[in-house]
Design a protein around this ligand. Structure first.
Ligand code: AHG
Ligand code: MN
Ligand code: MN
Length: 337
């Protein structure tokens, strides 16, 4: 059988970076291991209470942990044990976690993470994910600082996501294309299944929470109507697909072609999604796959990060579809201005 594991692949690719000493490879391996543990727990989610009651998982009588807290702890533990990062930023933690340990003193990287994306979908057996983003530190040594994270998305060294779906998959980029690995549970390894992933320039799917329609900017409202119109030449109407797990929606659109939109609304003028550990890593992947990611005004990866948990509107996916959304935004912004 001709399988290439994530571990083998990462080591082979290290040759693309002549000065690499293997730290990034080890960091990606750490993420792979933590995500396998999270996958194991996610796949048992429906059993949590049964197992808890029989005492199988909960000898101490502790309350069964929520999976987003569990995932957060697993990734933090993996990063601390791995020694390749000097600080972690997580959606689940208000401040950064500086790592003050002997093995992390000389660590070159910091990592930002959404440990469990789409967590509201867990109770209903729908795909969830993990998103990660890796930067080179700015500080020189010792525990990492907040400043180490205050970088633009264009500075990312690597980014990726794991999707805990009908199969478990890891997709990542180091800026030289995008590769996807599917977990083979029989051998416990992520195996290269989607080499050099590219997304279509034009897709036939739009993904947006239309429940918020009344609060969307005019340009987005008009774009949604455009998607619904009949037009043979552009194969409209497009299909509407929205899971409510960003990783799963964006992963599907990456494979089939499509656009995912989480716009600003009258209630949330900056949108909902976070720049550091949701939008930037997903933008890096989509751009590397030939797609685009925008706030509606500018490229996501060129936005300055001023606060750790900063939010931004997001339009991401097939390049021509993102451009069309931008055209609508421009057109209707100038009309109402
Ligand atoms: P998280 O579970 O990490 O808080 O992220 C949820 C995000 C994202 O995954 C999803 O696309 C979006 O929120 C869904 O939001 P709505 O329910 O407002 O549509
Ligand atoms: Mn999220
Ligand atoms: Mn989350």
């Amino acid at each position: 059988m001709n399988v290439k594991t994530l571990g083998q692949f990462v080591i082979e690719k290290q040759a693309d970076f002549p000065y690499a000493k293997g730290e990034l490879s080890r960091l990606l391996r750490d993420i792979g291991i933590a995500s396998k543990i999270v996958n194991r727990e996610v796949s048992k989610a429906g059993l949590a209470e049964i197992l808890g009651e029989t005492g199988d998982t909960n000898i101490q009588g502790e309350k069964v942990k929520k999976l987003d807290v569990f995932a957060n702890e697993q990734f933090i533990a993996a990063f601390k044990a791995g020694g390749e990062v000097c600080a972690i930023a997580s959606e689940e933690t208000e401040d950064i976690i500086s790592i003050d340990s002997e093995i992390s003193k000389t660590a070159k990287y910091v990592v930002a993470i959404d440990p469990l994306d789409g967590s509201s979908n867990i109770d209903v057996n729908v795909s969830v994910g993990t998103i990660f983003s890796i930067y080179r530190r700015k500080s020189l040594s010792g525990p990492g600082t907040l400043e180490d994270f205050m970088q633009r998305g264009t500075e990312q060294v690597a980014a990726g996501y794991v999707i805990y779906g009908s199969s478990c998959m890891m997709v990542y980029t180091t800026g030289k294309g995008v590769n996807g690995f599917t977990l083979d549970p029989s051998i416990g390894e992520f195996c290269l299944s989607h080499p050099n992933m590219q997304t279509k320039k034009d897709g036939l799917v739009y993904s947006v929470n239309e429940g918020n329609y009344l609060h969307f900017p005019d340009g987005i409202k008009k774009y949604i109507k455009y998607c619904q119109e009949e037009d043979k030449a552009t194969q409209r109407p497009y299909s509407s697909r929205y899971i409510g797990s960003g990783v799963a929606d964006i992963h599907r659109n990456l494979i089939t072609g499509g656009v995912y939109i989480y716009p600003c609304t009258t209630k949330s003028p900056n949108g909902k999604l976070r720049l550091l550990y949701e939008c930037n890593p997903l933008a890096f992947i989509l751009e590397q796959a030939g797609g685009k990611a925008s706030t509606g005004e500018k490229r996501i990866m060129e936005v300055d990060l001023k606060e750790l948990h900063q939010r931004t509107p997001l339009i991401i996916g097939s390049a021509n579809m993102v451009d069309t959304v931008m055209d609508f935004i421009k057109k209707y912004a100038s009309q109402t201005a």
